[in-house]
Structures are given as C-alpha cells and as structure tokens.
Ligand binder design. Structure first.
Ligand code: HEM
Ligand code: HEM
Length: 228
C-alpha cells in the first residue's frame, strides 16, 4: 500500500465500479435533487415518482451489495471499528493507503446515506401535505401518526442534507489534499492504481442480473404507488 497518485507509468487501470453501481449512484443523485425541488414546489405527483424511484434504487443497491460485482459487495468494504480507526490514523499520519473499492471510512458514509434515503422515502409513504396529497400508505397510519411521520420526513431530510454535504466535501477533500480523484472512477468505472496494489482477479456479476433486480424493485415501488 503506497501513497500513490496513479500517474506514474506503471499505474494499471482497475475496473472498480461496475456499470450498475455507477448508474445507481448518479440516478440516486438525480432522484434526490428531483425530490427536493418537487417537494419544495408542492408538485406532489412528481415528488412521489422521484421519491419512490429513490426507494427502488436503494433497495436495488442493498440486493446488489450481496449479489453484485466484487467492489459493490458490502462484504468487500464494510469493516469493523478497528479497521476504520487504523485507516484514519494512517491517513492522518500522511500514509494514505489506497483502496480499490470504498475505504473503511467511506464505507460508513455509504451505509449512512443508504439508510437515510431509505428512511426518508419510507416516511414519505405515510406523509401528507394536509392539503391535497396523501402518501400511498397514509391510510395505514391515520391522521395523528401521519402528522408525526410527516414531521420526521422534514427532520430526516435535514439530516440527509447534512450527510450529503459532508459526503461531497469529503470527495473533494480527497481530490485536493490527498490527490486521490474518486469522482472519475464513479463516472468511468476505472481507477488507476499502483501495480502492487491492484487486485489480481475481480469477480464480476453480469449486468442482466442487475437489470432483473432493478425491474423487480421498481415494480414493487410502482405497486406501492397504486395503493394510494
Ligand atoms: C444526493 C446526493 C448524493 C448521494 C445520496 C450520494 C450517495 C452515494 C452513495 C450511496 C455512494 C456509495 C456508492 C455505492 O457503493 O453504491 C456514493 C459514492 C460516491 N459518491 Fe456520492 N452521493 C451523492 C452526491 C455525490 C456527488 C455530487 C458527487 C461528486 C461530486 C459524489 C461522488 C461520489 C463518489 C466519488 C463516490 C465513490 C466514493 C469512493 O470511491 O469510495 N456523490 N455516493
Ligand atoms: C428520498 C426521497 C425523498 C426526499 C428527499 C423527500 C424530501 C422532501 C422534502 C424536502 C419535503 C419538504 C418540502 C417542503 O415543505 O418544502 C417533502 C415533503 C413531502 N414529501 Fe417527501 N421526500 C422523499 C420521498 C417521498 C415519498 C416517497 C413520498 C410519498 C410517496 C413523499 C411524500 C411527501 C409529502 C406528502 C410531503 C409534504 C409534507 C408537508 O407538506 O408537510 N416524500 N419531502
């Protein structure tokens, strides 16, 4: 493990993010932006569409985290507190260890983001704007409980926004202070790494598996929307 910026001649390209993981990421960004704008503007039909698509994407990602390609799997990047502390210590002391997939600290933000988006969208299902719109599962909650959950829908959004800001600031901090560009690999899938750090064999899962999983999660989200 070296402090390696991937620019020297013996750097090798490593396919770190498979296409489904990259599509998931940028589609999720688009859906959260869409949910925010439409929620703010009171465009509730579109708010529900964006929000339910975000929910379908997160459920897809949870499944892909089990059946997906090497670096998409939770088992490849979720580490215990000891590994996280070791990573922080090494990075702080100037020896930034390169990871092909998520580093142990980044893994925590991945889990936090997935959990928060899932919570936010699930709360929305029970929410109401008290004017014209009720979430598709509003009737299961009834007026009082729905009011509480709608309040949480607002509060969790504030927390989500803070975690997203930390996420984006962290990504830019890696680029500026550690000279580690994480963004390009999330676009192209490819990261350049020192030959000795590059993994020898990368397990892949075909994209059609991802397509089937996403069609199923999207169909489930659509079915929920019909309950309203
Ligand atoms: C609504 C806003 C966002 C959300 C909810 C979000 C969520 C996530 C999630 C869940 C992952 C884990 C990817 C996976 O393994 O599936 C991730 C990774 C990543 N995101 Fe975001 N993201 C957001 C915005 C952004 C933006 C604006 C950028 C770029 C400027 C960005 C850059 C990245 C990068 C580079 C990674 C990979 C980090 C690594 O190499 O460990 N994200 N993001
Ligand atoms: C992750 C996805 C979601 C995000 C980021 C999100 C975000 C927001 C935000 C920021 C607001 C407040 C808008 C404002 O008052 O200015 C809001 C309101 C609302 N959202 Fe969502 N939402 C999501 C998913 C959903 C879903 C899936 C539903 C229902 C199917 C839903 C139903 C509602 C309702 C009913 C309100 C109005 C609450 C009120 O007027 O007090 N949301 N949402």
């Amino acid at each position: 493990m070296g402090e390696y910026d991937g620019k020297s001649a013996d750097a090798v390209p490593v396919r770190v993010w498979d296409r489904p993981t990259r599509l998931f990421h940028w589609a999720l960004v688009a859906c959260l932006a869409g949910s925010w704008i439409t929620g703010d503007q009171g465009m509730m039909d579109w708010h529900e569409r964006f929000g339910l698509t975000a929910l379908a994407l997160v459920v897809f990602r949870l499944v892909w985290g089990v059946v997906g390609g090497e670096f998409a799997r939770f088992s490849s990047f979720v580490r215990g507190p000891a590994a996280v502390l070791r990573y922080i210590r090494e990075t702080a002391s100037g020896r930034h260890p390169e990871h092909a997939g998520h580093n142990p600290l980044g893994a925590l933000s991945v889990l936090a983001l997935l959990l928060l988006v899932a919570t936010q969208a699930t709360l929305g299902l029970f929410a109401s704007d008290d004017i014209l719109y009720e979430g598709p599962l509003y009737h299961l909650a009834g007026y009082d409980l729905s009011s509480t959950l709608t309040g949480w829908h607002h509060q969790v959004f504030d927390i989500l926004l803070i975690v997203v800001i930390v996420h984006v600031v962290a990504v830019f901090a890696y680029m500026i202070f550690l000279r580690d560009d994480l963004i390009l690999p999330m676009v192209t899938g490819v990261k350049r790494m020192a030959r000795e750090d590059a993994p020898a064999r990368i397990r892949r899962t075909p994209c059609w598996v991802a397509a089937i999983v996403f069609v199923l999660t999207a169909a489930a989200a659509y079915a929920i929307s019909l309950l309203g």
